[in-house]
Structures are given as C-alpha cells and as structure tokens.
Design a protein around this ligand. Sequence first.
Ligand code: MSP
Length: 647
Amino acid sequence: MDRFYVTTPIYYVNGPPHLGHTYTTVVADALTRFARLEGMDAYFLTGTDEHGDKIARSAAAAGMGPQEWVDDISGRFRTLWPTMHIEHNDFIRTTEERHERVVRAILQRVYDAGDIYFGEYEGLYCVGCELFVDEDDLVDGKCPVHGVSPELVKEGDYFFRMSRHTDWLRAHLEEHPETIRPERYRNEALALLREPRDLNISRPKSRLSWGIPLPFDEKYVTYVWFDALINYVSALGWPDGEKFRRYWPVAQHITAKDILKPHGIYWPCMLRSAGIPMYRHLNVHGFWRGFDGRKMSKTLGNTVDPVEMRDRYGADPFRYVLLREMPYGVDANIGDSIIAERANTDLANDLGNLASRTFKLVQRSFGDRVPKPAAPAVEDDLLRDQWLAATPQVRDTWHELRMSQGIEAVMERVRATNRYVDAQKPWELAKKGDTTRLGTVLYHGLEALRIASVLLWPAMPERMGRLRAELGLDAEPTLAEAERWDVLQSGAALAPGAALFPRVDVAAARAREQARVAAAAAATAEAVEAAPVVQPAADEFVTIDEFRRIRLRVGTILAAESVPKAKKLLRLSIDLGEGSPRQLIAGVAEHYAPEALVGRQIVVVANLQPATIRGFESQGMLLAADNGDGLAILAPDAKVPPGAEVH
Ligand code: MSP
C-alpha cells in the first residue's frame, strides 16, 4: 500500500494559534485526506515547539513558570484542531521525554561524526534579555527593552559543521528539483547555499536553561531550531521505531516561506550528518495578508481570528475558503468579507443551490427515492463525461499542491451542472408529467453531487459527509467511487436535510471589517494624542513677562565636532553676535553629522545657566523638535544677523 507522511511546523507557544497556523494545519489535513481517498496509508503529524528564549520570556511576562505556560498554550492548539475538523495522527511537544531523548541521541551522533566543534562567539549581550543583541537594535547604545548598555561578551559555544554538507545539498537539490516546491523556493534555497556557514547550536545554561542539555556537555542547552526540527523523526520513534521505517521514506514537510532556511538548509545537513535519509519534499507556501492587501497587524485592524471565523461561517466553509483563496506558494489576501463572499458564491449559490433544488425536485416527484434514468440524451452524456474527467484532473492538482485549482475544477462542473438543470427545466417536465425524462435529468444531478462530495471531501469533510448521508452513501468516500458513473441505485432512499450552506451576509462582513479598521485607527490616534498635546491647567500658565525672561537668540554655527566617548553629543561653536563665540554641548550627534551643521543658523536659549557636560562648559541650549525617534533643529525661515532676538 502506498504511504504518505505529512508534517506541519511545530508552532511556537508564545501566543495562541492564529490564522497562519490554522491555514498550514488545514492544508496538511486536507492533503492527508486526499491521500486517504486514494487508499494510501497516510500519517499526519503536528505539534508545538516549546523551548528557547522566546517562550521563556513569554512565560515570564505572563507571570507563569515555563512548564505551566507551555502546557496552557500547547493545549489551545490541541483543542482548536478538532474543531477545525483536523485529524492528526500524532501531536508532538518538544518538552516530551520521547522527543528530548531523540534530540540527545542525534546530537551525540553528529558529535561522534566530528561535525560539532567548540568555538568562540563574541557579541553584545543584554543581561536583562539574557540574549545577544544586534547593534542595530540598540537605542542610544542601550537595550530598548531594559534601557541598559549591553556588555561585550565572549563565550564559548558549540557549532554544527554545516559547511561540510552544503556541497552535497546543492547537488541533491539540482538532481532532485522536486525536493523543494514550488520552484522559486528551491531557487531561494540554492541562493542561501552560496554562503555556507556553520551553525551555533548551543546556549550556555547560565544564560538560558529552558532547553535540552547537550549530551556531551551538560553546561549547555540545545539551540531551539536544532531541537525543534528533530520532531519530524522523534515522533516516528527514530532510529528503530516501526513508524519511522514505515513513514520516513515518504516524508513531506509543509511550512511557509518564513522558515525556508531551517527546513531547506539546516535540516537536510543535520539529517545527512546523523546518517538519516533526506526527506522527500519541502512544500513551501506564502503568507496571508489582510483583506486590504497589507501585512496583517493589530494596528491596522486587518487581522483575522480563526476562532471567530470558524464560529461565524463554520469550520468547513472556512477551510474551503482558505484552500480556495491561496494558490499554494504565493501570498494572498483574506478577511471577513472575502470569506463571506466566497462562501456565498461558491457554496451557497452554486453547490448548496444545486443540492437543494435537486433534492426538492426528487422529493416532489419521486418521494425521496433515487429516480431511474432512461437512455441518456447528448446533454446527459456531456455532463457525465465532464464529471468523469474531473478525477484525474483533480488528482494531478492535489499531487502538485495546486489545491485551489483542484477545487475550482470541481466548482466549474458544479456551475455547469446548474446550467444543465436550468436548460433541462425539470420543473416543466414535472408539470408535463414526463417522469421518464425528469428521472433521467434528476439522476444526473444526483450523480454530479455524488462525485462533488468525493472530490470536495478533503476540503470539507463534515459538510461533504452530510451531503453523502443525504445521498445515502458512506460518510468517508474513496477516489475510485468518483471515477465511476451510475453508482446510485434507483429506488434507494435519500435523506435530504436542512440547507448545507446557508447564505451569509456579505454587507455585514464588510461593515465589520471597516469598523475594525476604524477602531484600530482611533486607538492609534488616541495613543498619539495621549502624548504631550494637552491644554495646560491655569496654574501652569506663564505670564508674558516670565516668558521674556528667557532670552532666545539666533546663532550661526561656526564649528562643530564630536565629543570623545559621548555618542550623542556634539561640541558647537556659535556666533551670537557677541564678539566672541559661545560653546554649546548639544545632544544631537545621533541625528546630525558635525560637518552638516557648520554655517547653519539655530535658536539658542542665551541666558541658560552654564553647565559642565563631559568636561566642557555649555553656555546655552539649542532648540529642537522631537519627532518621536529623531530630532529636527529649529531654524529661522530666512537668514538673520547672528544674535537676532526671537520673541
Ligand atoms: N516553531 C517554529 C517552527 C519549527 S518547525 C521545526 C515556528 N513557529 S511559528 O509558530 O512561528 O509558525 C510559523 C508557521 O506558521 C509558518 O511557517 C506558517 O506555517 C504559519 N504561518 C504563520 N503566519 C502565517 C501567515 N501570515 N500566513 C501563512 N502562514 C503563516 O516558526
């Protein structure tokens, strides 16, 4: 029996499941179901990724211990999936003993193969974050989260000699182009291979303890990616588990493009080093954007909550829209209104309508029994041939991850069947009493629905199961059934029920979407307004005389230079029309290059009490506007003599 093994990424438990996680898991479930339709022995693995800094920090932020936290969030993934009609065979958590054991065994193998070495790592380390930080992420040289200057730390770490395997990987991807699909992602992986690097795979326990200790040095824990990728084999019971032998040779991974590098580069090199055969396929999909085509974000109000969509539209219609709207491999838009529109046109108007009108007409004239077809007319044969041609076409699309096209191939035929019914006018045949022709037309309608129920079952298992029950068939179909015609037996009982796909309100969905965007914009505006634009209270007013005590003058910058060991400061020499220049120490060095300031005019508080800053006397202060993340120095609109008064 042919085998099939598919995996999703194991999701980080730093927050509850979102739309992206839901999509990938729906894809894996639908592919597994398609494989089952074909009679394959199919196995589907998902789970959660529970180690590492990110998770330790999320737990700490929630005031919880890491184990308590990961148990809670992992549980939310596990309970969401069945409500989305997702049936995985296994759910792996990286904190499980069965996984930790395999990670340590593989590390030991890679170490014994001479592929792990100890090296020195140097970087800026923030004690608050317990992390190495990027120089570019610092604000004023300080950690933006903790406001402290990071320390330059040199530490020993273990490295995986990935560079030893990259030539092999390049050759493999060239010889087996189907390994990473679609092709653009194979090309991306090949591009990443142009700069082969080794991989830091450890963290000292003193910095991070939430991880799996290295078997050859317990003072270190395993870097989270090296740990996580191994789930794909630990869940199968590597090295000698029956499932490993059975399913690993046909492994297919599903991920989005964000994690191409670990799956396309690290993982193959890890497998090779550990002496494990390469996986068969890495199937990479795109990213969902909001309904407006912009990146989904809370501040834009264009995110989509999978739980809300499931509750509003039903798990199956939601699954259908996800699979139909995103051509696998490219980005696509999604939102309440897009789901509503697609559910209405395809499901309520086309498929739902075909089912309800056919059942109604059968009920009226044949009392819920499958009618008997007579010799077919040309149109009947045409319809039959169209449906019989569907299965090979749909099979190809699903094998090549073109599920959106596979679904559309069925829907085209559903629409063609509705046109056939319109043209045959069975209601007139009923009126005329032509039961022979009427029975033939309705039989064709029922057979069309039967094949649709097979081919759409991987996308909508529950609703298609219902349709099949109404047709008097087993809930779980086989693809072979869709390759045949005349399967329904005349006289067999039908059991039509309530509408399969009730209409939904698209206008209301649009209104909700707009309201969300408006609320998000208002929240952002509020945050901005909450800043300093506040009317002063009466006791905060200054009198005009008080204001005049502050002498504001225009000065011309004669010279500017940086202040040693002070990243933010510049030493300025200013002509205030006083004969000899003044010296100002100004905190503008991060926003202005000294040479760009010479010759410019500025506004200076001329009677500010002098102060010594970093050993230099500052005899005044320049005025600048703060724009949140930068500074803009105030200047007169036209050239004025140095010393001109500002009032
Ligand atoms: N824990 C790692 C994976 C380790 S696998 C050995 C991780 N987790 S994650 O929670 O960030 O999940 C990333 C995956 O979620 C993506 O690869 C994709 O499958 C899914 N998606 C997250 N956001 C998405 C979209 N906006 N659109 C589509 N899928 C996205 O990375």
